[in-house]
Design a protein around this ligand. Sequence first.
Ligand code: COA
Ligand code: AMP
Length: 276
Amino acid sequence: MIDHLYSVRMRSARHGKHVSGAERLVSAGAIDGTVHDLVARAMNKEKGFDTITIQVESLGNSPLRLLSALDVCSLGIQDYLTGRAAALRLLQGAGVGSMAVERAMELIANGASPGGGNMRGAMIMDAQTGERFEPETDRGVRVSRFDWTPEAREDAGRTLSRLGMAHYRTPEALALATKVCNAPGVRAELCWSDDPEYTAGYVASLGMGYVRFSFLKKAGDEKGGRAIFVDRGSFDLKSLLHYLQRQPVLINAVGVCRNCDGGDFENNLLRPVLAE
Ligand code: COA
Ligand code: AMP
């Protein structure tokens, strides 16, 4: 049985700019230790901080959704252009039009907020035309109230580390993508980080799972972002925003995780996606 849960959220900032953020869904007994871990994480960031903000909030009677994590496939590639080309093919296979993918990639690469900077959240885009639906184009939508169960977190950490994905970002991004791809009307997601040191990125959908590329951008590039592709006919913006931002989701099982090479990509990843 799952205890009453609390959302514990941390964000830190320096010179008025966001530096780091993380969140957990935990029972009352784990709040103390979680706050400690999240504060330690903010303090360990090289960029430092002026403020660390912690919020602890009871989830009340919000219905909890339990999900299994997307399967994971990690593709080691040599450069970001190869990564983006492979990401485009996979997204097309998942039913996202090339116009939408190209628009998303161009926006993320150049800064998708109106001033040309990074957004504070994700774009929501028509999966065919790339039209944007998020209410504020500088903020976007921030996916929140999701986490692993303690057992699944441990399993995910162990499994991903064994495959060479030991970075703390991978299980967090996998959890976020799992929540996103399980939303009604969502076809797929594309992401690369705005951290200049972190070149990896991913595409994800329910059908293809979470496909990680070692490069979706050049090292040193400060631009990054997320695009959530939706089917115009089968999504409702208000419900989607509520689900992504407020609906608590706990991930209680790890999927099949593997590394894949070029042949594996063509035969086992792209072909089944195209056949869907
Ligand atoms: N980039 C820039 N600014 C951010 C930010 C981000 N990623 N996250 C928060 N902020 C700043 C903004 O100024 C924001 O105001 P806004 O709503 O007008 O944009 C302000 O902080 C408050 O944000 P809010 O989301 O209300 O704070 P919160 O304390 O409830 O939650 C986070 C903060 C960072 C924990 C949450 O937004 C989040 O991103 N959770 C997911 C974390 C995660 O696992 N990410 C995985 C990525 S691999
Ligand atoms: P990150 O992986 O944390 O470097 O984030 C990459 C990009 O995703 C950021 O530049 C934001 O545009 C966006 N983003 C950050 N946090 C969230 C979130 N919680 N939900 C959706 N998008 C986010």
